[in-house]
Design a protein around this ligand. Sequence first.
Ligand code: GLY
Length: 399
Amino acid sequence: MSRTHGPDARAADVLVVGGGIIGLVTAWRAAQRGLATTVVDPAPGGGAAQVAAGMLAAVTELHYGEETLLGLNLESARRYPAFAAELAEATGLDLGYRQCGTLAVALDADDRAHLRDLHALQLRSGLESQWLSGRECRRLEPMLAPGVRGGLRVDGDHQIDPRRLAAALVAACERAGVIFHRVWAEELTVVRERATGVRTADGTALTAGQVVLAGGSLSGRLAGLPGDVLPPVRPVKGQVVRLAVPRPYAPFLSRTVRAVVRGSHVYLVPRENGELVVGATSEELGWDTTVTAGGVYELLRDAHELVPGITELPLTETRAGLRPGSPDNAPLLGPTGLDGLVLATGHYRNGVLLTPVTGDVLADVLTTGALPDLARDFSPRRFAAATARPATALSEQPA
Ligand code: GLY
């Protein structure tokens, strides 16, 4: 494919709608393959990554029925060290990537039974996970509550700072020659049954050989999308709080600690810079991004049961974001039934984890037209029968 534009031209080989981490990694990888690439987003580097804790938790976030997704998650986890090193090298930026491991703990007999089931599933799936007694858990993490009854040590589940990741991807895109249009994409343009570009909120017509829709939870809201290719993504609200561990940081937590408390997932992700991220609620409330007293209360209450010392820490931020949920909790990657339209969306709980593999898969799709084998189970065509409502403009979203 030939390069068809200079900095001010309106045509590109690839036009990516959405400048969150998934859109950015797609644009970066496409530009590296020699494709003239444009990203349309009013605030590139924003989106769900601004709220996410950044756990790379293929093993501790394993769920029954998601064994196919596990394969993609593990492949992306395997690619993370090289991906993070390449991105840091390309930009000179620190990504906050920590190969620190994760400890999933149980507080009562029900939690313990749940964790035993998870451990059995992990072992059946060939994953590395070690059962520890409560005492062994506290030896690893002395700030844990005395009541912790046992846990799973997973040394392969790491973390990255998603805000730093997003900033680095913007910088990498800029260095690779990606052009940013900082405006909303309003409507997909379709000519003779082929996606040809978008009309933006300022009335500009942008055209491209291929359009990648990477709008996260908003992906189904781009006007002009034919009903049979409308991605079935929905917003799943997550509230998160951030605390600050005063210097010296080291004695607080050395790795991610997580648990299921009264049926709700809670996790504490300690960064090297002292930030401690506590997440997350999971709420099916449409486009609502209100931080509620109840959400913050439950997170802090559950986190306090795990690590009582957190109540001493300054509370620095409360925030809510929207995960792009899909019907089977797995992403939609690759060509659609509409020529020229490719999807990279629906990453739900795993957007940060799946960033490296998504970039590689989409680069293959954009240069060869075909979905590589490792992603064939994630084709959007698996939902093709489910036609949906007509789309409304991407910009008609809550503040
Ligand atoms: N993967 C963590 C979350 O979605 O809350």
